[in-house]
Structures are given as C-alpha cells and as structure tokens.
Design a protein around this ligand. Structure first.
Ligand code: HEC
Ligand code: HEC
Length: 258
C-alpha cells in the first residue's frame, strides 16, 4: 500500500519535472522586473554585436561585418529571417527562443548558457524596442503534415520543381550556391550588402534548420530581408509537391527523410 503510494508520487514528480523543462513553463510576465533583467543580460551578451540601443551597430558586429552580409539584426526596425509566420510578419516568441537557443551557424553563438528564464527575459527586452510587437500577436502558418516518406519518384519530381521554380538561378544546378545570379554578384540583402546563395549540399551551415519540417518552413516563409522568397503561394493546395521539393533538397546531401 505505502509502496504503491510512493510510486504514484514519484510518477507525479516526473511529470511535473517534464513540464517545468518545456520553454513555456518558465516564461515570465513582461513587467518592469523582466525588462530590467532582460536589459542586464542583453548588455552583457548581445550588445557587442547588436548595439546598446538594439540598432545592429555594436562594435564587434561592425567589425566582423561592415561590408558583408549579414549585419547583426537591428531590433528597432528590421524584419526577421527565421520565422514560422508569413513573409513580412513578425516572428513568434517561440521563433525568437529557437534562434537564441541554437544560434546562427557562423555568425551568432548559441545561448544555452543562459537559462530558459533568462532567454525569455532578453526576448522581452529586445521586443520592447519595436512597438509592432505590441500591436499584434504573430500567428504561425499552418504547415502541411508529412506524407509517409520520400520516394524515388517524389525526389525526381522535386528536381523538376527545383528547375521549374528557378531555384537553380541562385543556388546552382547542383545546389552548391553557384547559380548565375550568385556568381555574377547580383544578390543583395536589405542592407544592400552582397549576399551568397546558400550551399544546399551542406546542411550544417543552414540557419533555419535541416530537418524536413525545417526546410518546409524555410520554403513557405522565405527569409525576409534576403533574395530568398516565400513559396507559400506557389504551393497553395499542392502540399505533396512541396514535400517532393524538400526531399530533393535533402537528397543533395544524401539525407532525404530526416
Ligand atoms: C557575434 C555577434 C552576435 C552576438 C553576440 C549576438 N548576435 Fe544575434 N545576430 C547576429 C547576426 C550577425 C545576426 C544576423 C544573422 C542573419 O541575418 O543571417 C543576428 C540575428 C539575430 C536575431 C534575428 C534572427 C532572425 O530571425 O532574423 C535575433 C533575434 C538575435 N540575433 C538575438 C540575439 C540575442 C538575444 C543575443 C544575445 C543573447 C545575440 N543575438 C547575440 C550576431 C550576433
Ligand atoms: C533570387 C535568388 C534565390 C532564389 C530564386 C531561391 N533562393 Fe534560396 N536562398 C537565397 C539566398 C540569398 C539565401 C541565403 C539567405 C541568408 O543566408 O540569409 C537562400 C537560402 C536558402 C535556403 C537555406 C535557408 C537556411 O536555413 O539557411 C534554402 C534551403 C533555400 N534557399 C532553398 C531554395 C529553394 C528550394 C528555392 C526554389 C524553390 C530557392 N531557394 C530559391 C536565394 C534564392
């Protein structure tokens, strides 16, 4: 009898423990204390790149990327690349949490050293610079669920779409980032700085993640502020085709289906 009771209690503890470790559970309310803590963390960890006033003009950021893309994000008035929301929309809190947790390959460190509460505090602080965050709560797009898995025919169809949709013009015939628009130096970002088309054969360098769901999200949302457009409209009502394109891209690095 005692024994069973203990077990039940232990199970309850495990369940509560699991909940506490999900990001939402520790998210503090946006009040004065949260913003003050967020500011302290921001000034220690982020300001040297993103600038003390959030304008993307910190000393290190300026030094590493004055003439090359990407510049550190300007939180006062820039758009965002890494979102689950439609092109032109603000990111969700979860999108911001993801980028701070995972960092951006090659340009921004991952901040797992901050605990989750601290990450939420810094998010509240950086949002406070852009009043658009108060006016609307950004809503994620609805993403089509994955069909059973990649087929050879699906990958072939994906290749066909890759050519038909002119992905190759920027990313190159074999996805190596060497399409004619890229090699001619025509690609520019929102700061009018030259930007490279991503090498699609090297998933470790991708900013928005490399799982099939991550790729689908990249294609539907686009990376705002760069020449990488959103393809949500092209695939409206043709979800299968979108997945074929995802699998073709993954096949370029031999990772289809992951
Ligand atoms: C070493 C420089 C550096 C540091 C330090 C840094 N960042 Fe960044 N961050 C960048 C750069 C560069 C970009 C732009 C990347 C791009 O556009 O591809 C960026 C982009 C971002 C974005 C925008 C992502 C998007 O969707 O467009 C957020 C949010 C962000 N940083 C938050 C933070 C926070 C919060 C901190 C501190 C905890 C921080 N960064 C520290 C360099 C840095
Ligand atoms: C007009 C040029 C252009 C076209 C057309 C284009 N892209 Fe891109 N794409 C880019 C650029 C530039 C980037 C890099 C953005 C960055 O680094 O911030 C990019 C990034 C990407 C990424 C990497 C995202 C990440 O997580 O880092 C993928 C995947 C991608 N493109 C796939 C495609 C596919 C598939 C198509 C066609 C359906 C396509 N692109 C069409 C220019 C283009």
């Amino acid at each position: 009898m005692m024994h069973a009771k203990h077990l039940k209690y232990a199970a309850l503890l495990i369940v509560t423990g699991l909940c506490a470790s999900t990001a939402q559970a520790v998210k503090p309310a946006t009040n004065r204390d949260t913003l003050m803590e967020g500011r302290r963390i921001y000034e220690q960890a982020c300001a040297w790149c993103h600038g003390i006033g959030g304008e993307g003009d910190g000393p290190a950021g300026w030094f590493i990327g004055r003439y090359t893309s990407p510049r550190p994000r300007n939180f006062v008035n820039d758009g965002y690349k890494l979102r689950s929301t439609a092109s032109g929309e603000l990111p969700t809190d979860q999108n911001l949490f993801r980028v701070i947790t995972q960092g951006i390959p090659g340009v921004m460190p991952a901040y797992r050293s901050l605990n989750e509460r601290e990450r939420w505090q810094v998010i509240a602080y950086l949002k406070s610079w852009n009043s658009a965050f108060e006016e609307e709560t950004p809503a994620p797009l609805t993403f089509p669920s994955a069909p059973p898995g990649p087929t050879e025919a699906g990958i072939q169809h994906g290749r066909h779409l890759y050519v038909k949709l002119d992905c190759r013009v920027c990313h190159g015939d074999n996805g190596e980032g060497d399409g004619p628009e890229a090699t001619a130096g025509h690609l520019r970002d929102a700061d009018n700085l030259r930007i490279r088309a991503t090498n699609l054969t090297d998933p470790s360098a991708w900013k928005n993640g490399a799982s099939s769901h991550d790729l689908l999200r990249t294609l539907m949302t686009g990376l705002d502020g760069t020449p990488m457009p959103s393809y949500a409209n092209e695939f409206d009502g043709q979800e299968e085709a979108l997945w074929d394109l995802v699998w073709y891209i993954q096949s370029l690095s031999g990772q289809q289906g992951r």
